[in-house]
Write a protein that binds this ligand. Structure first.
Ligand code: SF4
Length: 344
């Protein structure tokens, strides 16, 4: 977490940033690569462990920097094995918290990470959105959510679908994904990472140019006036403009495009909406993930019935749109989609 003492956090720095940092300190250029290895390959949590740096270098590094690792302050375990971690963000005033969800599933283990404290987007069905915005996480804050949980070695996938809108904190997202995918970092394939968005077009354009990670767009309603009622972002960045941008890119090879569609009873879950959704996505190589709405006191909506969800899913599949129903995980600990609140 960004230290408040004027020192820098090393976690989250790219190799290039570490080279600049070392140059400013008069360290040899190769020291940056050595620090990178300690941070990202060996994942040490203290500077003393960086034993191929001289004692003088380590002493100086401790004066000017921290690793930037913070262990979670709480872990809740669901009866289905999902775990929800709470991390403090001390740099925020007053100190705030974000949540991270670990989802084990047969041969996969996915981590859903947060990128902001709260969120500016104000989606009406989302507990995070009802909290307002309290600040951005740094790349180090984001990576710490992976590095500081005991399940790090098990992780097969990371999704940026926790608290916050990734395209509204894109510098940090791109730096974090660069660490995850670069040979000098963790060396993961970008296919293991999915970044979600409600469709902020300037950020989305840059993301599509600079990243190869998968993209998930929160769609939720194909009818513009109805989408606007649950997603204020529709006003500034209408869905048709987002789709027009997405059509300019090739989705048939490495990068996957999916649309998230939360099923609200009586609002967007009938076959008229299914047909409009099929029409809206025509010509796009994509899939749709249906999500059961998880009711909460903060949102006045109801969950669709299993029959409506099944009929909707079958309609899409019959009409050439691959459609899956996302399993609800961690509902008993408020870890499911749209329920993250970061409450201590
Ligand atoms: Fe923000 Fe995502 Fe919640 Fe919308 S759904 S308010 S973008 S966290």
């Amino acid at each position: 977490m960004k230290a408040s003492t004027g020192t820098s956090d090393l976690l989250g720095m790219t190799l290039e940033q570490l080279q600049e940092f070392c140059a400013a300190e008069g360290f040899p250029r190769f020291t940056a690569k050595q620090i990178c290895d300690w941070l990202y390959k060996k994942r040490v949590d203290n500077i003393d462990s960086m034993t191929n740096l001289s004692l003088v270098q380590r002493a100086r590094l401790k004066e000017i920097a921290h690793i930037g690792r913070e262990t979670p302050v709480r872990c809740q375990v669901s009866k289905d094995g999902t775990k929800k971690y709470l991390f403090s963000v001390p740099a925020q005033v007053p100190p705030a918290h974000v949540e991270t969800v670990f989802i084990p599933d047969d041969d996969r283990a996915t981590l859903c990470v947060s990128c902001q404290v709260g969120c500016k987007m104000g989606c009406r069905f989302c507990v995070t959105g009802q909290q307002g915005f309290h600040g951005n996480l740094s790349a180090g804050d984001i990576l710490n959510q992976l590095f500081s949980i005991p399940e790090f070695e098990q992780l097969t996938n990371v999704v940026f679908m926790g608290m916050g809108e990734p395209m509204d904190n894109l510098d940090a997202i791109l730096a974090a994904t660069q660490v995850l995918t670069s040979p000098w970092g963790l060396g993961w394939s970008p296919k293991r990472i999915t970044v979600s968005t409600v469709g902020i077009i300037p950020g989305l354009k840059r993301f599509l140019e600079e990243s190869l990670c998968h993209l998930a767009v929160s769609l939720h309603n194909p009818v513009p006036q109805e989408r606007l009622q649950i997603m204020p972002v529709q006003k500034a960045f209408p869905l048709n403009e987002v789709l027009a941008l997405l059509r300019k890119y090739d989705w048939s090879s490495q990068r996957r495009l999916s649309f998230e569609y939360t099923m609200f009873h009586g609002m967007n879950d009938d076959l008229v909406h299914a047909q409009k959704l099929v029409d809206a996505l025509k010509g796009l190589d994509c899939r749709v993930n249906l999500i059961r709405f998880h009711e909460s006191p903060e949102a006045p909506y109801k969950t669709s019935t299993p029959t409506m969800i099944k009929d909707f899913q079958e309609y899409l599949n019959r009409h050439g749109v691959i459609c899956t129903l996302r399993a609800s995980r961690g509902q008993d600990i408020d870890a499911a989609c749209g329920l993250l609140a970061g409450k201590e």
